[in-house]
Design a protein. Structure first.
Length: 344
């Protein structure tokens, strides 16, 4: 297998641990993330002043000569499949996709093929410079199989590292559009009594809880207030629908990004997403609030009515801020029109 050799010198005032010093001083054009460097250390691919070192806690000192042997990226074991993709943006380091509802992001035991990763392997081909030593797309976030919308994927190690850091720090701009049952309102005494729910100026609903796997149903997430992972969702009502009002088009945005976060939080608030099969999105509307045809469109909607509409972040290589928007897909526009909402 071919490989390349990277050499550099530990600069002044290094962090005491070798792994942190390597991450600080490795040349940017080497495109090696901290995770990849740590793996190379463990594999014996790092030499310090000519001696192989494998302990990441080894002491680093200024002036040490570092040599890193990097094997060229291997082909992925995942099958490349020619599946049509809606590409919103693409360059040498990343690609932004408008994912259709029904597509799984990554192969898993229940979905070994037909996924976004299978499609990206075919679409990108030799343009994948390697993520973690493998010619594969770098998945830094996911959206559920039956949620449509924007997803960014890394094509290089540098992009993977930079994007992952932004998602970890919760600096990525992510807005979703959702159709929910009921209308969240600051004047609703019931909602005021929901633990973890509060309102900010402008009638913005804020939901702050912990999220973790449901205790008995491992396919679901559940709200907790001790344990789990901190999760914050905000939501603004865009339109109130029905007479009396029985549905709302919401704009939701994430401070954190946990599995099923919007779906779980809105259900916790008593405003589950229309069509959500997991978190209670099948409810009867008040008779006469919408037409019979509209009520049937809501009742039969086959997926959670959720779309990742806006995605913004600092480009991990150029540093420029980039922002992308994806219009609602046809099934959601048809549903909204059925319940009386005219899209702008």
């Amino acid at each position: 297998m071919s490989h390349r050799q990277i050499t550099f010198t530990i600069a002044d005032s290094p962090p005491p641990r070798l792994d942190k010093a390597l991450a600080r001083d490795v040349p940017e054009d080497a495109n090696l993330s901290r995770t990849r460097l740590g793996r190379l250390l463990e594999q014996g691919a790092v030499r310090v002043d000519g001696t192989v070192v494998t302990d990441p806690r080894s002491r680093a000192e200024a002036g040490q000569q570092i040599t890193v042997d990097v094997e060229e990226a291997e082909d992925s074991h995942i099958l490349a499949e020619k599946i049509p993709l809606e590409v919103v943006f693409e360059d040498a380091d990343l690609i932004v996709i408008n994912k259709p509802a029904g597509m799984v992001v990554h192969p898993a035991p229940g979905s070994p093929s037909g996924t976004l990763v299978n499609a990206l392997l075919a679409h990108c081909g030799d343009d994948l410079s390697g993520v973690g030593g493998m010619k594969r797309p770098g998945i830094v976030h996911r959206i559920d199989k039956d949620t449509s919308g924007l997803l960014v994927v890394a094509k290089s190690d540098a992009a993977h590292h930079g994007l992952a850091k932004q998602f970890e720090k919760h600096t990525v701009e992510r807005y979703y559009q959702a159709l929910v049952y009921g209308v969240p309102d600051a004047n609703d005494p019931r909602l005021r009594g929901v633990k973890g729910a509060s309102f900010e100026p402008g009638n913005i609903l804020k939901l702050t809880t912990q999220l973790a796997r449901h205790r008995t149903d491992r396919q679901r997430q559940a709200v907790f207030f001790q344990g789990g992972r901190h999760a914050v969702t905000r939501a603004r009502t865009v339109a109130r629908l029905g007479n009396p009002e029985v549905l709302a088009l919401m704009e939701c945005w994430l401070e954190t990004g946990r599995t099923h976060q919007i779906r779980v939080h809105m259900a916790h608030a008593g405003h589950a997403l229309v069509g959500d099969p997991t978190y209670g999105g099948k409810r009867k509307l008040a008779k006469g609030a919408v037409s019979d045809a509209a009520a049937e469109a809501v009742r039969s909607f086959p997926r959670q009515a959720l779309h990742a509409a806006v995605l913004g972040f600092d480009h991990p290589v150029t540093g420029d801020y980039v922002r992308f928007e994806a219009p609602l897909p046809g099934d959601m526009t048809d549903l909204l029109e059925a319940v009386g909402y005219n899209l702008p």
